[in-house]
Design a protein. Sequence first.
Lengths: 338, 269
Amino acid sequence: MGITVSGVKKTFGTFAALHGIDLEAKPGEFLALLGPSGSGKTTLLRIIAGLEFPDTGTIAFDDEDVTQRPVAERGVGFVFQQYALFRHMTIADNIAFGLTVRPRRQRPPKAEIARRVEELLDLVQLSGLGKRYPAQLSGGQRQRVALARALAVEPRFLLLDEPFGALDAKVRKDLRRWLRGLHDRLGLTSIFVTHDQEEALELADRVVVMDHGVIEQIAAPADVYERPASPFVFGFVGESNCLPVTVRAGRALYGAHDIGPADAPEGPANAWFRPHDVIAAEDGIPATPLLARPKNGATRVEAQIEGIEKPVEIDLPTPPAPGAPVRFRPTRIRLFPA
Amino acid sequence: MARRLLIAAALAFLGLFVLLPFIAVFVEAFRQGVPAFLDALAEPDAMAAMRLTLLVAAISVPANIVFGIVAAWCITKFEFRGKGLLITLIDLPFSVSPVVAGLIYVLLFGINGWFGPWLRANGVEIIFAVPGIVLATIFVTFPFVARELIPLMAEQGRDDEEAAVSLGASGLQTFWHVTLPNIRWGLLYGVLLCNARAMGEFGAVSVVSGHIRGLTNTMPLHVEILYTEYNFVGAFAVASLLAVLALVTLAVKTLLEWRYGDQIQGMGH
């Protein structure tokens, strides 16, 4: 049930956009496809919608194979990144479009369409703006019109491409919360694409992290953040640091510093940790501070460890003394093979 | 000071090379009074030339509207091999001398041309007949609509069409309700330029027409014939109609640019 993607591959010319994607969106689920640009997330969404077709693999909606079906026959609502509102039509006509283009026999009567448009305008909190044109609305309002237009045809699934990509930070945040509320009310299985990890973690039931055309991890937001499946995920879903360590007798050692338990084979490994998972310690790893600024009630220090090229970012309770090295110890690390 | 000098130079140049000849056309046309002017226009060969010019425009402009939309559509909405070549080919008439364009058709369809004998055997007349004039006109005017629409449609992208299709619209509905309204002003602009050229084309048409009075003379060709016969009033009377066409084109073009400039691309050719 829901949306099932199996073994989907897609190549554009010589560029392999997707290498074998398997994915399932359960009924009623709100799924995020998260990844940097070029990760294939938008291509995957477009393939699910039927705007692109996979080279191999299948797409099934509620266990029914729709791989060969074009977008018009899939019954999905698609919201475009730039909204793609029809600029010469009023908001009401935009929303009604999917109903008015139906063949005469399936088309609801005019009054019914008008009533439905009013309902949808109400739903997206734009009552009374039906007679305006897209150019007369703000970005956030246009986004909601695009959503209403997609919902008008009563789609089985809702697909959103970077739904907040073109909005400023404040509107984004409000709209995000509103969209989550709307999803909970409608219960429509939805997939949205984003490159913003905060957005994915806040909105989605589950997050699909993608990179270079493969899925790195599918998990609930907390798991993606707390238990990343790969160094890529660790680095992408939050701020991160990496230290080369040696695993010996179940401990991770950075030089002579024991930085925590190691559930990994003996030998070299990489220890990843987040800036806030450190403490200042007299016998900790020494580093030379480069920059310090207040952050979330602590001090964010960017510091250079001797022999490691990339400076670490750590949160310490007090600003470092001028000229003196800081000493810290990670409190929570995650090991990946070196 | 330098600015004023430059402006004065530009104005003097325009006055000398554009405005003055333009006025001269009308002065000459009315030199022997309004009745002579009207007689010159009512003359049967002149009427025939006007009818032919209208007919040629009425065929070649719609043909190039269809071709231009189709070409711009496939170039901007699809990816395929040889796209660059197609774009270059569309530009060809702008870079080729119209005389050469006319000669191409003579080579292909003339009595001694590639298809000449076969056409003659089957009783089809192209060269020195209306079909040849239409073909030559279509050739020299086909970049106008396509050239206007390609950048416009490229900028608008595919999102609107994809949105329409995802809402269940058919290809035709998408074109009619979404694409066409998005490009209408740009299209009108291209049609206007296309029409002006179709009615005014001389070189290519001259090669294929054969200059048969009352049959294969378009207005520009008729003007030349009258002029070489020292019938100045007749020549300038017909020429004044072409000048009026140019004025109307310019007025509508300016209106379009002023009102819908943001929806018109590649202005200025």
